[in-house]
Ligand binder design. Structure first.
Ligand SMILES: *[C@@H]1O[C@H](CO)[C@@H](O)[C@H](O)[C@H]1NC(C)=O
Ligand SMILES: *[C@@H]1O[C@H](CO)[C@@H](O)[C@H](O)[C@H]1NC(C)=O
Ligand SMILES: *[C@@H]1O[C@H](CO)[C@@H](O)[C@H](O)[C@H]1NC(C)=O
Ligand SMILES: *[C@@H]1O[C@H](CO)[C@@H](O)[C@H](O)[C@H]1NC(C)=O
Ligand SMILES: *[C@@H]1O[C@H](CO)[C@@H](O)[C@H](O)[C@H]1NC(C)=O
Ligand SMILES: *[C@@H]1O[C@H](CO)[C@@H](O)[C@H](O)[C@H]1NC(C)=O
Ligand SMILES: *[C@@H]1O[C@H](CO)[C@@H](O)[C@H](O)[C@H]1NC(C)=O
Ligand SMILES: *[C@@H]1O[C@H](CO)[C@@H](O)[C@H](O)[C@H]1NC(C)=O
Ligand SMILES: *[C@@H]1O[C@H](CO)[C@@H](O)[C@H](O)[C@H]1NC(C)=O
Ligand SMILES: *[C@@H]1O[C@H](CO)[C@@H](O)[C@H](O)[C@H]1NC(C)=O
Ligand SMILES: *[C@@H]1O[C@H](CO)[C@@H](O)[C@H](O)[C@H]1NC(C)=O
Ligand SMILES: *[C@@H]1O[C@H](CO)[C@@H](O)[C@H](O)[C@H]1NC(C)=O
Length: 736
């Protein structure tokens, strides 16, 4: 008796002998097959088990020796019981992949994404898996170089190695067999050398290439033009140089071309060939020349991101044919022309327009007010003149408006119009309206006016007048900047009614009077359950930038990232600091410098436990420095210079890190910092140091002395960085 052969048709012979022989042959062949399959299954299982032994796992995998490995979690097999799929994403795997998977030679899909695997890949991993179609190792901690002799198999379609620590070059040989590759993502690693553009020599089916966030450091090579199906090409945040090679403009199927934050030079000529582009992101490079006059050919464009380059010329009128635009960002370029001559009215989808830091002149473009989808407009640091267009009220979704640093006029009408923009949350108008009168009248803002306004910046305008009473109606106001104006009069008592205010900058005005006690009750700055529980999840539509021309420099994406501040520097305030100041527990910056405050520094200042910067310099404070101040653990910047203080300078805590300049200009202070031993009797007649230090010098000196000191702890270092933010914040309200 012969068991029925697997392929009956092949046993269909006339001669029984022949049949017998053939069938025996086939049978033996089948048997070998079975044995092979069975033993391979053991091999597969053993390979998986040794992998299992080499890693750990947050909750155990049900991979037990007794079971058929094809039924284990994450494992799938073909009908011959060979493992074809190993699928364990986000499974809490930890450890090194020390096992070669070479015996899993039927494996088609390998997914270890979002785990904590580390160390290098097993040598020759890819070449040993001849049927592999997809591999996803993204979001692990894998490292090391790709073996220069390793090659992706011919079957491969999808490779995702993104978000690991791989380094070294990607050799062209690595890709030379991958004829069926569709998607290749190596973003967020440390690969260097040239981009492997020869990928397009071998594989005609590629659709997605992502090389972003690596250290690729060559010129952009020729070759991508040969990818005739390429849709997405990303290589941003690398060190690529030179101009985009012209053959890239032959990849006409491209829908996204993203090379931001490199060192690309050259012009944009040729880009208009890529008529399928929806996303063009070439920001933060060194591109020169003009925006192509026929940019309108890119009629599918949705996101045009060319900010931070050296583009000159005007906004080409054909751009208005890109009617699908959602984001238009051309900030920080050398673009000019009369902005009002450009017709924005066809941009019915436009949500974000940023033309800041250019040379646009003329009046506020009226046609912009017909883009009803707009949520954010930035036209700051240009040369706009005249009045804002009243139709801006019709932008009902507008949330962010920055017009700082232009030459706009008529603040009264500007505020009047804008107060009825119901969704306006961020309004930056600093450095405009020079020498106008800041309207005071309650009637300026209606009962529903500025209903959602959270940030109002009106600094550096040389405004005359007083702190206007209409401000008390803006119940959601969190950040108020009225610095560098010529405002007079007192801080009104109703300031305490602004229950959301946590950042108040009134510095460099002519304000006078006493500090109202109400300022010590500002709800957001007072430690209480209510304020502690307030979570600010709202992101700004456009970031507020510290250095607009530097993509990697600090930027604020949320208001809550600003340090809680009261800055009254350089005014004519007098009187004492109220004892109740200690209630403002959330305060990080208190600057009362350059006023005429007097009396003692109250002990309660030591209750401001989050304070990072305290500047009381250039006043008439007397008495001693409260010893309790040394309990302010986060205090990294402190000055009481140029007062009438006396007695021993406290030592210990942060006080050991402050330089002598923090204390100079006080006739009666003594202590080791000043190298002035304290006399036994406290009365002193010594000369005050004659050198007057301006705050700028103070900071400079502070930096120098701090930089020279090697005893800086990490904690102080962190605080120092934070302080560095604090000192730069003001400039952002002016420029952006
Ligand atoms: C292991 O777990 C998976 C799913 O978590 C389940 O489908 C499978 O049946 C389990 N296998 C065994 C042998 O318990
Ligand atoms: C590449 O991977 C990164 C990180 O995993 C991901 O954010 C990105 O969207 C991927 N690129 C493409 C083109 O899908
Ligand atoms: C890719 O093809 C071009 C010609 O089409 C050739 O010049 C180049 O050397 C090829 N690159 C590789 C790495 O084969
Ligand atoms: C690219 O970076 C690598 C590693 O830092 C370096 O060895 C190589 O010289 C660099 N190449 C270029 C062209 O700068
Ligand atoms: C743009 O496309 C045209 C034809 O479609 C071609 O002749 C021209 O060379 C292309 N320009 C560039 C810069 O590739
Ligand atoms: C733009 O800059 C280029 C040099 O980068 C210069 O040749 C050209 O004249 C400039 N064009 C305008 C309109 O300023
Ligand atoms: C916009 O497109 C239309 C039709 O495609 C064309 O006639 C017109 O010249 C284009 N306008 C500009 C300014 O390029
Ligand atoms: C705008 O600037 C251009 C030159 O850059 C100048 O010709 C034009 O007169 C200016 N327009 C206004 C309104 O100042
Ligand atoms: C401000 O603008 C309004 C309306 O255009 C006008 O009536 C008023 O006179 C202007 N005020 C100033 C000071 O120019
Ligand atoms: C601001 O006012 C002062 C004095 O009133 C004047 O000297 C200064 O030039 C003004 N600044 C501007 C930018 O107008
Ligand atoms: C401020 O609040 C107090 C108490 O809630 C109230 O009496 C006063 O009228 C308010 N002031 C203003 C200007 O809203
Ligand atoms: C941009 O800012 C980063 C971080 O602050 C700094 O390291 C870098 O040198 C700056 N680049 C330029 C061109 O200023």
């Amino acid at each position: 008796m012969f068991p029925s052969p697997p392929h009956k048709s092949s046993c269909n012979f006339s001669s029984p002998w022949l049949l017998l022989i053939v069938c025996i042959l086939i049978l033996s062949c089948c048997e070998t097959n079975t044995i092979h399959a069975a033993s391979s299954n053991h091999l597969d299982r053993d390979t998986l088990l040794s992998f299992h032994n080499s890693i750990s796992c947050s909750s155990p995998l049900n991979w037990s020796v007794s079971d058929d490995c094809c039924f284990w979690e994450g494992v799938a097999c073909d009908k011959n019981h060979r493992v074809t799929r190993l699928w364990l994403p986000s499974r809490g795997l930890v450890g090194k992949v020390s096992v070669s998977f070479s015996s899993l030679n039927h494996l088609q899909q390998l997914n270890f994404a979002h785990n904590r695997l580390s160390g290098p890949l097993p040598d020759g991993l890819f070449g040993l898996l001849p049927r592999l179609e997809m591999i996803d190792l993204s979001n692990n901690g894998l490292s090391g170089q790709l073996n220069p002799y390793d090659q992706l198999p011919r079957t491969i379609k999808t490779v995702d190695l993104s978000s690991n620590n791989f380094e070294g070059m990607i050799q062209s040989s690595f890709l030379q067999s991958s004829l069926n590759l569709i998607s290749f993502n190596v973003s967020d690693n440390s690969f260097n050398g040239p981009l492997p553009s020869n990928i397009c020599n071998f594989s005609s089916s590629i659709k997605v290439l992502d090389f972003s966030v690596n250290h690729f450091n060559s010129s952009v090579p020729y070759g991508f033009g040969k990818c005739s199906k390429l849709k997405v090409l990303r290589a941003g945040f690398n060190r690529l140089t030179g101009s985009l090679p012209s053959d890239i403009y032959r990849a006409v199927t491209l829908q996204e071309l993203s090379f931001p934050s490199n060192e690309l030079s050259g012009t944009l000529e040729g880009i208009v060939n890529l008529t399928n582009l929806g996303i063009l992101a070439l920001y933060a490079n060194q591109l020169k020349g003009m925006i192509p006059q026929d940019i309108g050919r890119l009629s599918k464009l949705e996101h045009l991101l060319l900010h931070i380059n050296q583009l000159n010329g005007t906004l080409p009128s054909s751009l208005m044919n890109c009617t699908r635009l959602v984001t238009l960002n051309l900030r920080v370029n050398l673009l000019g022309s009369e902005l009002s001559t450009f017709d924005f009215s066809k941009f019915s989808q436009l949500q974000i327009v940023d033309l800041g830091n250019n040379f646009f002149n003329g009046s506020f473009p009226a046609t912009l007010t017909s883009c009803r989808a707009l949520t954010a407009i930035r036209l700051s640091t240009n040369r706009l003149t005249g009045e804002i267009h009243p139709a801006i009220q019709s932008l009902t979704s507008l949330s962010f408006l920055s017009l700082s640093k232009n030459s706009l006029s008529n603040i009264t009408w500007t505020l009047n119009f804008l107060s009825s923009c119901k969704n306006l949350r961020t309004l930056l108008l600093s450095k405009n309206f020079y020498n106008e009168y800041l309207p005071y009248d309650e009637s300026l803002v209606g009962p529903d006016g500025f209903k959602n306004l959270q940030l109002l910046a009106l600094g550096g305008c040389n405004f005359s007048g007083q702190i206007p009473i209409w401000l008390h109606k803006i119940g959601k106001l969190k950040v108020l900047d009225l610095s560098i104006n010529e405002l007079t009069g007192p801080i009104p008592n109703w300031i305490g009614n602004l229950s959301n205010l946590f950042y108040l900058d009134l510095s460099q005005n002519f304000l006078s009077g006493f500090l109202p006690i109400e300022i010590t009750t500002l709800e957001r700055l007072v430690a209480s359950d209510k304020s502690a529980n307030q979570v600010d999840v709202w992101y700004l539509e456009l970031p507020v930038l510290v250095k607009p021309d530097n993509i990697s420099a600090l930027q604020y994406n949320r208001l809550s990232n600003l340090p809680p501040t009261i800055d009254l520097n350089d005014n004519n305030f007098q009187g004492t600091i109220p004892e109740k100041i200690g209630q403002l527990n959330f305060l990080h910056v208190l600057n009362l410098s350059k006023n005429s405050f007097s009396g003692n520094i109250p002990d309660t200042v030591a209750e401001l436990s989050n304070l990072e910067k305290l500047d009381l310099s250039f006043n008439s404070f007397s008495g001693e420095i409260p010893v309790s101040l040394k309990n302010l653990d986060f205090l990294s910047s402190f000055s009481v210079a140029n007062n009438n203080l006396q007695g021993l300078i406290p030592s210990g805590g942060q006080f050991d890190t402050f330089p002598a300049t923090s204390f100079e200009g006080n006739s009666g202070l003594c202590g080791t910092i000043l190298q002035l031993p304290c006399p036994d009797h406290q009365s002193t007649t010594s000369e005050p140091p004659t050198k007057i230090t301006s705050p700028e010098t103070f900071w400079f000196v502070f930096w120098i002395s701090f930089g020279a000191s090697f005893s800086v702890t990490f904690v102080t270092y962190g605080i120092l960085l934070r302080r560095c933010h604090i000192n730069r914040i003001r400039s952002i309200f002016y420029k952006l």
